[in-house]
Design a protein around this ligand. Structure first.
Ligand SMILES: O=C[C@H](O)COP(=O)(O)O
Length: 309
């Protein structure tokens, strides 16, 4: 890379020139490669390991207006001890006002608390509100902040505005990790997914995340593939590793394993840990646990065995 990234973000013009200078995404190629990797089969022993790895990468999520303290506590208990000897999940993900309840429940377990600050899911609020939303969530005990980008500004080409918001939210995070949600289902093109990925990483994202789970399409394989290519290329260019989190619509063990194959074949094995790859999902964990049980015993557990998400 001939220009340093500090120079890239020096002005709206340089940032725009850099993002529009990224190679275009071959749409057909990306769709075909994702489809091809999605059909790879894996051996039974590898499948058992893949299921446990996937469980350890789950950001177990509840993001409903009707969420209660009781629901969040129950979800946290399941996150810490999914049952049957399965590993704990990576994190629980909740709205900011429920961070304190989650943090108290998972304390000392190693399960992180993530929160969707910044006027999630639309992001339609002032920067002051977004920064304060973030700071309050961190003060309440959030280890990770999942912010949404301003898709309106991005689609109008106001990249510096999006960049500055991410920088401001990152500053408000302090020690907490920042996941930047691109909401790829609203970005219209794969080229935009690549541009938004780079924009977020240049601005300081620790993770890039596909979706809020409130917009369709959410975490499609081609979009995750493009984001994995972006983090791989960003590390080659800068030496800094950024994580990836597909989220929204990932419900089955099959979906989870397809994602793991994609990670391995695209970004590489360095990303195959919960530190660098997460699966944001509200109902995936139950299917992973059921398939795990099936592999271990040869039969599915009864319907009452697992708590419903
Ligand atoms: O961040 C995670 C998503 O909101 C979860 O979406 P989901 O309910 O489709 O699994």
């Amino acid at each position: 890379m001939t220009t340093s990234l500090a120079d890239v973000a020096a002005s709206a013009t340089t940032l725009r020139a850099f993002l529009h200078g990224l190679p275009g995404v071959d749409r057909v190629g990306a769709d075909q490669r994702a489809a091809m990797l999605g059909t790879r089969s894996i051996k039974t022993t590898a499948k058992a390991q893949a299921i446990d790895l996937a469980i350890s990468m789950v950001d177990l999520t509840t993001l409903e207006g009707a969420d209660t303290h009781g629901k969040v506590r129950a979800m946290c208990t399941k996150a810490m001890r999914p049952g049957g000897g399965a590993p704990r999940v990576a994190a629980v993900c909740v709205y900011p006002d429920l961070v304190a309840v989650a943090a108290e429940t998972v304390k000392g377990s190693g399960v992180k608390v993530a929160s969707v600050a910044t006027a999630f899911p639309s992001g339609r609020s002032s920067l002051e509100v977004k920064v304060s939303d973030t700071a309050l969530a961190v003060a309440a005990g959030a280890d990770e902040i999942d912010m949404v980008i301003d898709r309106g500004a991005f689609l109008e080409g106001h990249y510096l505005k999006v960049f500055e918001e991410i920088v401001a939210v990152k500053a408000a995070c302090g020690q907490a990790h920042l996941k930047v949600i691109l909401e790829t289902g609203e970005l219209a093109t794969y080229d935009n997914v690549r541009r938004a990925s780079w924009l977020a990483m240049i601005a300081g994202a620790d993770f890039i995340k596909t979706s809020t789970g409130k917009v369709a399409p959410a975490a499609t394989l081609p979009v995750t593939l493009i984001m994995l290519e972006a983090v791989r290329d960003f590390r080659d260019a800068t030496g800094r590793q950024v994580g990836v989190k597909p989220a929204g619509g990932i419900r089955t063990t099959k979906d989870a394993i397809k994602n793991l194959v994609l990670v391995n074949e695209t970004a590489g094995a360095d990303w195959l840990t919960p530190e660098w790859f997460r699966l944001g999902a509200s109902s995936l964990l139950n299917d992973l646990l059921m398939q795990r049980e099936k592999l271990a015993t040869g039969r599915y557990a009864g319907p009452d065995y697992f708590t419903l998400d």
